[in-house]
Design a protein around this ligand. Structure first.
Ligand SMILES: N[C@@H](CCC[C@H](N)C(=O)O)C(=O)O
Length: 275
């Protein structure tokens, strides 16, 4: 049949279509990504992870493999914390990397990962940098937040009210002067010392059941508001739980990564989806 190979995977139910494309030959248009991610006319996913050799692209990396990440609407983003865990899981399962530590290239820079025998993955996420404050508006209600750069942009609002009660079906408003390229919006409750609960509205996707970079931003913002830049926390999201550490200039994200299925895309569908 000669179709295009794909896999489906998720990390805490943030789900992805993986497209192995070592030589970077696939013509991955915005329209094709949006069609693949559509839950009715495509496979359905929050994003696409193209698995490509770093040398096949212009992106510099010390690692062999580059994660070419796209949001469900076809837009390109710098980094995806759940995606990089699933990407690393795939490389090991496919025999393209050995279990243990290796480097994955991303648009936000190289990300060292550790693939553990229990199928979980730890990612060294780089600095989580506090860049200021801003406001988001959800269903007419304003929430102030802490802006955090984790390679991609986030605005984290810590709430006293239960985040479960928020209506995140529509795109919340945000300040386009502060975030000219859009922003991921996290809404967070403190559950106790070293424990947060979070919901997220992702740039280019909508509400998702988890966002890895968002959990790192949430922990960095929570510690920042508590007057420190160092600590560890669990973050409960609708899709499960991850563990995050932050310190000056560094952060880590640990959590599950699963490959669910593999198959071939129909070539006629792929051709039609490109137009
Ligand atoms: N789900 C991701 C983040 C994906 C990118 C984000 N939507 C953006 O546009 O920055 C994660 O797990 O970090």
């Amino acid at each position: 049949m000669g179709g295009i190979e794909f896999l489906k995977g998720h990390g805490t139910q943030n789900d992805f279509v993986l497209l192995p494309d070592p030589a970077g030959r696939l013509e991955l248009t915005e329209a094709r990504v949006a069609a693949l991610c559509d839950r009715r006319r495509g496979l359905g996913a929050d994003g696409v992870l193209r698995v490509v050799r770093a040398a096949a692209l212009d992106e510099p990396s010390a690692g062999e493999w580059f994660m070419d990440y796209r949001n469900a609407d076809g837009s390109i983003a710098e980094m995806c914390g759940n995606g990089v865990r699933v990407f690393a899981r795939y490389l090991v399962d496919a025999g393209l990397a050995a279990e243990g530590e290796f480097v994955v290239g991303t648009r936000a820079g190289d990300r060292p990962v550790v693939v553990h025998p229990d199928r979980s993955v730890t990612v060294h996420m780089g600095p989580a940098t506090i860049t200021g404050t801003s406001v988001t508006v959800v269903a007419g209600r304003p929430f102030s937040g802490v802006a955090v750069d984790v390679g991609n942009p986030h605005l984290v609002s810590l709430l006293d009210d239960d985040v479960a009660d928020l209506d995140l079906r529509d795109q919340p408003d945000f300040d386009h002067d502060v975030f000219p390229h859009g922003v991921n919006l996290e809404f967070v409750n403190r559950l106790g010392e070293g424990a947060l609960r979070m919901r997220v509205h992702e740039r280019g996707v909508g509400e998702t059941r988890a966002c890895g970079t968002g959990t790192v931003a949430a922990v960095a913002a929570a510690f920042h508001l508590a007057g420190t830049d160092t600590g560890a926390s669990t973050v409960d999201v609708p899709g499960g739980r991850v563990e995050v550490t932050v310190s000056r200039g560094a952060s880590t994200l640990s959590g599950p990564a699963e490959i669910v299925a593999r198959g071939e895309l129909d070539e006629a569908w792929w051709a039609a989806a490109g137009s």
